[in-house]
Write a protein that binds this ligand. Structure first.
Ligand code: 13P
Ligand code: SF4
Length: 359
């Protein structure tokens, strides 16, 4: 029963609490309809961390999320509680990756760290990785006194890091790092951008590294970088009184013009709590904005960009792949299991546990 995905079977509930289907808010509706729980990256990691009875997680999200679920659901105390029985984490389509996560490879980060160490004391530099990164980068942070952040707790994590070190090395999303640090009073002059493809020092001078407070990795989300300042201007002109609500993965020029910038859960909360008749132009993934439109007909919701900005890799998780994963599980076969090796999981957990403690 391995082969081809078909849409013939559904999660009929017969698995009870043994199977948890997690769905990220950016998933398409027909997949979300089958999710036991939906959330943003932070909430989903907490759900995986808290799961007690579940033995299998089907993760309708992307690869780094499934890795995080594997690490948290199978951390030592959980394994002990289950007498060594692992939670099997399944990603219905292995090609559901994240282009941002792919912009920082562990070798590039290690190389950058070594080069930075020639200019400043890396014992006083705290590495912070966005949760949207490979487990190897989370492990790097765990090994070097660093931490993981999500878009919901990025400011608190930067505070945490700057209480422990003179500067931060933030990867892979330059925009989340910059937008968060700017709000904390750190200036762009104190935030050089490290280009892993530049010949030396990530394309920076020694002076720029010496005066840095936050060194930003040159990575971005291909979805959120599509939102432009002219989209904001056009909406403000067309619809007086409209409020612009964006994700901090959008570029600084867009964040600066927005009324509100916040994580996926903050965007949802903001819309839920707004009075009827509020007008919004929202700059985040298309499926979420369309769902908000459907769930809040009492408000006027627009998608901020005139072009389609959807996460193409999340979209690879479709009903046929989900059904295929469930059918195989029912037949006793685990397909597309995501399993992080023991050493990487150990050090990643160090950085993830710090993240879960910082709120
Ligand atoms: P959050 O779910 O943390 O808001 O991140 C958005 C995102 O890009 C997920 O890949
Ligand atoms: Fe990666 Fe952006 Fe897709 Fe999130 S929305 S998974 S950051 S490409």
């Amino acid at each position: 029963m391995r082969n081809c995905p078909s849409a013939s079977s559904r999660h009929d509930g017969s698995w009870g609490s043994q199977l948890l289907i997690l769905g990220h808010h950016y998933q398409q509706d027909e997949v979300i309809a089958h999710a036991d729980l939906r959330g943003d990256s932070y909430q989903l990691s907490q759900m995986a961390a808290d799961s007690t009875e579940c033995r299998n997680i089907i993760f309708c999200g992307v690869h780094f999320m499934a890795e995080t679920a594997d690490i948290l659901a199978n951390r030592p105390e959980k394994l002990q509680q289950r007498q060594g029985v692992r939670v099997q984490v399944i990603l219905p389509d292995m090609s559901a990756g994240c282009s941002m996560a792919d912009m920082a490879a562990i070798r590039q980060v290690e190389d950058a760290w070594d080069q930075l160490g020639e200019i400043v004391d890396t014992a006083e530099m705290i590495p912070v990785t966005y949760i949207n990164s490979a487990a190897s980068l989370k492990a790097f942070c765990g090994r070097h006194g660093g931490i993981v952040c999500t878009s919901s707790n990025a400011a608190a994590v930067l505070d945490w890091a700057l209480e422990r070190g003179r500067r931060v090395f933030f990867f892979p999303d330059q925009h989340l790092g910059r937008n968060t640090a700017l709000k904390m009073g750190i200036t762009n002059e104190q935030m050089p951008v490290w280009d892993p493809y530049a010949d030396e020092l990530g394309g920076n001078t020694e002076e720029a590294i010496e005066r840095s407070k936050v060194v930003l990795w040159k990575g971005h989300c291909s979805v959120h970088q599509m939102f432009r300042p002219e989209h904001v201007h056009q909406f403000r002109q067309r619809i007086p009184g409209i409020k612009i609500l964006v994700h901090p993965e959008c570029p600084q020029e867009v964040n600066d013009l927005a009324d509100i910038s916040g994580s996926t859960s903050k965007i949802i909360r903001t819309v839920e709590q707004a009075p009827p008749g509020t007008k919004w132009a929202i700059g985040t993934e298309l499926h979420l904005v369309n769902r908000l439109k459907k769930e809040h007909p009492e408000q006027e919701i627009h998608f901020l960009s005139p072009v389609v900005c959807m996460c193409a890799t999340m979209y690879r998780i479709d009903l046929p792949h989900l059904a295929w994963a469930i059918e195989n599980l029912t037949a006793g076969e685990v397909v597309n299991e995501i399993r992080v090796d023991e050493e990487t999981a150990h050090y990643s957990l160090v950085a993830l546990e710090r993240m879960l403690e910082v709120r």
